[in-house]
Design a protein around this ligand. Structure first.
Ligand SMILES: Cc1ncc(COP(=O)(O)O)c(C=O)c1O
Length: 403
């Protein structure tokens, strides 16, 4: 009989780290529980509640008895709504059988990777990347290949950098646009450049477009497969309701994929989780098919906060960042403060910076190292103006205290 202390966890689980954004948010919550006021810029979720008409659709679904298992790949209604939404917005028609609905976009990413990757395969991930990408690839036994991008190039992957990293083991390229953590977005020309390399080498592409509805100041979002018709057979588009509709807790995400991949994902999901919550799926149909005014209203609030954040960063000496085309993050270069001492602690890396900022000024951020980019911190501006104002005052005071 094994005792708790002698239980050995699998090497897969031992090899991955817990999500750093969730870890920082947990630290902030622990501090809050002690009675401290915390200025939390760590979590990537809208601070708005889910719009009423979406909640009403969930209530209605329960009243109508839609409380049973759904098909493993999601209800026919939701898959049709997803496919219609994509067709209306981007002009490509996916059959409902090419849509697989999962328990959040994170689960969709896991299912796509688990459906495609074998040990020994390489998956290219441009850095800075969303915290979970590398871990999700590692869980399949494949190898993440991290490609650095530059702040002065808006953290966008260049076709020549991609080309140079490809070998016979390369299977998948992962893209995220608009990006968590940088807010950068690929325009059509940039995507065309990458598409040429992808098609030349017959790569598969997972494009995470979960922030597509959150773009600012007239910028135009372009979905990857739309830049060349040949990409439709090589691309898996991942999206979900979490960010655009303030539905992070409902756990609905999806993938639009070539038929064979969708079938594989659906088979995997049938053995793994079955279909996601029937009630959350009904609510997601309402989100996609009713008026999009709620998205516009939230976007307006995010846009105000984005301008405020951009102004504050520009006015703090030696901080820099990029344009923030979309999503709700600022990825701030803090490296010019390395080597300085804050309240007696020398700061030489982004993790120490974030921990000291939390301890000394109760401002929670996430270290760039968690996104594969040392020298930066990510702040999420999906929080109220009051918190942003007070939090930036505190960040400024912290930086002024540098010795
Ligand atoms: C880039 C990106 N992809 C996927 C997700 C996961 O979203 P979901 O809540 O649908 O699992 C997130 C959430 O933070 C994200 O930032």
């Amino acid at each position: 009989m094994s005792t708790a202390s002698s239980i050995e966890l699998s090497q897969r689980v031992q090899s991955i780290q817990p999500s750093a954004t969730i870890a920082m948010a947990t630290k902030a919550k622990e501090l809050k529980a002690t009675g401290a006021k915390v200025y939390d810029f760590s979590l990537g979720e809208p601070d708005f509640t889910t719009p009423d008409h979406i909640c009403a659709a969930a209530t209605q679904a329960m009243k109508e008895g839609k409380t049973h298992y759904t098909p493993a790949a999601g209800t026919v209604e939701l898959r049709a709504a997803i496919s219609e939404d994509y067709q209306k917005t981007h002009g490509i028609s996916y059959a409902p059988s090419q849509v697989v609905v999962s328990n959040g976009a994170k689960h969709s990413l896991h299912n796509v990777l688990a459906t495609l990757c074998n040990p020994g395969d390489e998956v290219i991930i441009p850095a800075p990347y969303w915290v979970s990408y590398a871990a999700l690839v590692e869980l399949t036994g494949a190898t993440p290949v991290i490609l650095e991008t530059k702040q002065e190039e808006n953290f966008l992957l260049k076709p020549e950098t991609l080309e140079a990293a490809i070998n016979e083991r390369t299977k998948v390229l992962m893209l995220c646009s608009p990006s968590n953590p940088t807010g950068s977005m690929y325009d059509e020309a940039a995507l065309k450049g990458l598409a040429e390399v992808v098609l030349k080498h017959s790569l598969l592409v997972i494009t995470d477009e979960i922030y597509e509805k959150l773009v600012y100041e007239g910028r135009k979002f372009v979905s990857f497969p739309t830049v060349d018709p040949q990409l439709v057979d090589r691309t898996i588009v991942v999206n979900g309701v979490s960010k655009a509709y303030a539905m992070t807790g409902w756990r609905i995400g999806w993938a639009l994929a070539p038929e064979a991949i969708a079938k594989g994902m659906s088979k995997l999901q049938s053995q793994q989780t079955s279909g996601p919550s029937s009630i959350a799926q009904a609510a997601s149909v309402a989100a996609l098919t009713s008026s999009q005014d709620c998205v516009e209203e939230m976007l307006e609030q995010f846009a105000k906060r984005r301008s405020y954040v951009q102004g504050r960063i520009a006015n703090i000496p030696r901080l820099t960042n990029t344009d923030m085309d979309g999503a709700f993050y600022a990825f701030i270069n803090i490296s010019s403060y390395f080597g300085k001492s804050f309240g007696g602690t020398q700061v030489d890396d982004s993790e120490t910076f974030c921990l000291q900022l939390l301890e000394q000024q109760q401002v929670a951020t996430v270290m760039g190292s968690a996104f594969g980019a040392e020298g930066y911190v990510r702040i999420s501006y999906a929080t109220s103006m009051d918190i942003l104002e007070a939090g930036f005052d505190r960040l400024e005071a912290f930086l002024k205290s540098a010795q």
